[in-house]
Design a protein around this ligand. Structure first.
Ligand code: ZN
Ligand code: ZN
Length: 379
């Protein structure tokens, strides 16, 4: 990202300058131009259930995004602490996607890249924030998608966390099977319908939908939204819990560290797999509210009480100051520092298919029996 040579590059290369400004805007790193209200943080769990929509805009009731548009410029003119001359190292394994057409005897997770996973659980396949495309509006894909998009079966379904271009990709949506079902936060259904994708279910925070043996629940995340054609925070952002009698997956989408994780652990545990963002976090003064760093993601995993964590949101799009391959090394350091189990906290290679280890059946049954959930009214 930009450094002290920014002004020189502005004079030398208008194209590069345009990318410097447009890249973070496009990928959703930049905050909205409007002030979003006074900064306050309310860590009481009740704030997760508070109204979060006023005058056509959504907000995080426990503490709005504290940054304003000027912060983007400050970021642009601040030298980066990182040298990006060295090519990043992101592991990739070949995967033709043929396994998705079969039946998985338990659950498996394949990393396509960034926030995109293909979860294959028994005879169901679902995708998270499917992005197989060449760009996140401006930032170019650094590594190929881990599966061919054609391998996604016609009866797959998908959850979408928010409208930023590195999570909601028109290129992919238009090429995925028309028969797919989509689960999206409030305000995004029209975007899908405009592309002929009418099998779309729009949910508010704490609302659930049923699909076969799955309960799919939309949950708060600490983020925001904006896209060309959508005003800032005009559409909602969220994380997702996908729960069957056999397994529970939590997909965090894009989020800063917040008190939601502990609440989800209490309400929905035991969660088998937490898919948590670890990348696009520097500089912290600018990214801290909206993106977790690896140590915070590890803390979120512990708050959730999940059995396994897979780190995502790295290695695919160069969005922020740190190199795209730094996050996994920082995550490993966080795990070491807390005496964590590296078998339970991992990243995958792009294209890698990871089988979810079986849980202890007695412990799982007892924990499941103690979990009750009533969706409160919200918004
Ligand atoms: Zn985002
Ligand atoms: Zn993102």
């Amino acid at each position: 990202m930009p450094g002290s040579s920014f002004l020189r590059s502005l004079l030398r290369s208008p194209l590069r300058t345009a990318r410097v400004i447009a890249g973070p805007l496009a990928a959703g790193c930049a905050p909205p131009a409007q002030p979003l209200g006074p900064t306050r943080v309310d860590r009481d769990p009740s704030s997760l259930f508070a109204p979060h929509h006023v005058d056509g805009r959504f907000f995080n009731p426990w503490g709005p995004l504290p940054l304003r548009f000027g912060a983007l410029l400050r970021w642009g003119f601040t030298p980066s602490a990182y040298d990006k001359q060295t090519a990043p190292v992101v592991p990739i394994v070949a995967n033709d996607g043929a396994a998705l057409a079969g039946v998985e005897t338990s659950g498996s997770v394949t990393w396509v890249g960034h926030a995109t996973f293909a979860v294959h659980d028994e005879d169901d396949v679902f995708l998270t924030d499917p992005h197989f495309g060449p760009r996140a509006l401006v930032p170019r894909r650094q590594t190929p998608p881990g599966l061919p998009i054609e391998a996604v079966p016609p009866d797959a379904f998908a959850v979408v966390s928010h409208d930023h271009y590195d999570h909601l990709d028109a290129w992919s949506v238009e090429r995925l099977p028309e028969t797919m079902d989509w689960y999206v936060p409030l305000g995004l259904a029209d975007w899908f319908r405009a592309r002929g994708r009418t099998r779309v279910v729009e949910l508010d925070w704490w609302q659930s939908a049923r699909r076969g043996r799955w309960t799919i629940t939309c949950l708060p995340s600490q983020h925001w939204s904006r896209r060309i054609g959508h005003a800032a925070n005009e559409t909602l952002w969220c994380s997702w819990l996908l729960q069957s009698d056999q397994r529970r997956y939590y997909f965090a989408g894009d989020t800063g560290y917040f008190h939601g994780f502990a609440e989800y652990g209490r309400r929905f545990g035991p969660i088998d797999v937490a898919l948590l963002p670890i990348g696009a976090y520097e500089p912290r003064w600018f990214m801290g509210y909206q993106h977790m760093d690896p140590a915070e993601a590890h803390q979120a995993f512990r708050d959730l009480g999940a059995r396994h964590m897979i780190g995502m949101h790295w290695g695919t799009f160069d969005l922020t100051d740190e190199p795209v391959d730094l996050a996994p090394r920082e995550l490993a350091e966080a795990v070491r520092a807390h005496g964590g189990d590296p078998d339970r906290v991992r990243v995958l290679a792009i294209g890698e298919r990871w089988r979810v280890p079986e849980a202890d059946p007695v412990a799982s049954r007892e924990a499941a029996a103690s979990t009750s959930f009533v969706a409160p009214a919200s918004r």
